[in-house]
Design a protein around this ligand. Structure first.
Ligand SMILES: NC(=O)C1=CN([C@@H]2O[C@H](COP(=O)(O)OP(=O)(O)OC[C@H]3O[C@@H](n4cnc5c(N)ncnc54)[C@H](OP(=O)(O)O)[C@@H]3O)[C@@H](O)[C@H]2O)C=CC1
Ligand SMILES: CC(C)=CCC[C@@H](C)[C@H]1CC[C@H]2C3=C(CC[C@]12C)[C@@]1(C)CCC(=O)C[C@@H]1CC3
Length: 282
């Protein structure tokens, strides 16, 4: 049976790259691009069909920052598909980002420099506002609209014979220090993005607690730092050309992960030898 996969914010950046990858891995799936801007959604669909002719790619109008739009879109999904196998909650915004240049240069010469580049902690603030539903826009878009979508799609995600996966695009910029239960929407702070991403991680945990028994499994991914419209909104592209080599230099993960892999293979050898040499104690 064809898998049904729905991706929010699928018309650009990470969402569109994800759709490309999904179709490369399984050309049979029914892919639904859930987007706010339908012009860009059409263009994304054409691009996907050019690289994957014959693929099944649908469009759905969804503004995750609007409660009415989420409810309408969920209703439409229920009429179109019998179930949803994979739900990628990827749409996100970071409005009016400001960099604290002083903190950046202070961090550059501190022992905290790698952490600063990896998480942007202490570097980034945003200017948020209330939307027409009376919610803080970043919270509404990055978290609450998606939460509502999951709630509405529960019948298609839970209780079916197969399990379903909900995957959130979170961030290394998810900061516990930015989140408060007393101010869920982060109306009074200057780090709504970090707060919304930390809340995303918490919500994913809670969804597992509430829905694993019904076959719904939630997880978060952090894509690292990716050049998209979001990052080009933080600094203009020529800045990134200079910064990228430094970012690669900072990225110790590949090397460390390779070293870990080698270490584990060595340990595996030792352990295997040990259990074949030692008599079974039981
Ligand atoms: N780039 C990076 O380095 C990182 C990004 N992320 C996360 O990745 C996700 C994707 O961002 P990225 O690809 O970088 O940035 P883009 O700006 O390229 O993509 C954001 C996508 O979200 C959509 N979107 C925004 N607001 C809404 C809305 N109200 N309703 C529906 N769709 C909406 C945009 O559509 P539209 O055309 O309508 O604007 C666009 O398709 C975000 O959640 C972001 O927080 C996480 C870590 C790092
Ligand atoms: C010259 C100068 C002032 C450089 C500042 C560098 C910053 C622009 C980057 C350093 C770490 C980056 C980062 C992000 C944005 C750009 C930086 C702050 C993200 C917050 C982008 C979106 C995410 O979700 C996570 C990223 C973490 C690292």
């Amino acid at each position: 049976m064809e898998k049904v996969v729905l991706v929010t914010g699928a018309n650009s950046g990470i969402g569109l790259a994800l759709c490309e990858r999904l179709l490369s891995q399984d050309s049979e799936l029914q892919l639904c691009l859930a987007c706010r801007n339908m012009g860009r959604a059409e263009a994304a669909r054409s691009a996907l069909l050019t690289s994957h002719p014959g693929a099944h790619v649908d469009l759905l109008h969804l503004d995750v920052g609007s409660v009415r739009s989420v409810l309408r879109a969920a209703q439409e999904v229920k009429t179109r598909y019998p179930r949803v196998d994979h739900l990628y909650l990827n749409a996100g915004i970071m409005p009016n980002p400001q960099i604290d240049v002083k903190a950046f240069f202070k961090g550059l010469f501190s022992s905290n420099v790698i952490h600063m580049f990896a998480t942007a902690e202490g570097l980034l603030t945003q200017k948020d506002r209330r939307n027409s539903d009376g919610l803080q826009e970043v919270f509404a878009t990055n978290l609450f609209g998606h939460f509502l979508l999951v709630r509405e799609l529960e019948p298609l995600l839970c209780g079916t014979e197969r399990s379903s996966q909900v995957v959130w695009t979170s961030s290394s910029n998810a900061l516990r220090s930015a989140f408060s239960l007393e101010d869920l929407q982060h109306g009074s702070g200057a780090e709504p993005y970090s707060s919304s991403k930390y809340a995303t991680d918490l919500l994913s945990l809670a969804l597992n607690r509430h829905h694993n028994a019904q076959g719904l499994f939630s997880s978060v991914i952090c894509p690292g730092l990716v050049m998209t419209n979001m990052t080009y909104g933080i600094l203009p592209s020529f800045f990134w050309t200079f910064l990228m080599p430094i970012m690669w230099f900072m990225d110790v993960d590949d090397e460390t992960s390779e070293a870990l892999y080698g270490g584990l293979l060595e340990l595996e050898k030792v352990i295997r030898r040990q259990i074949t040499e030692e008599p079974d104690s039981q």
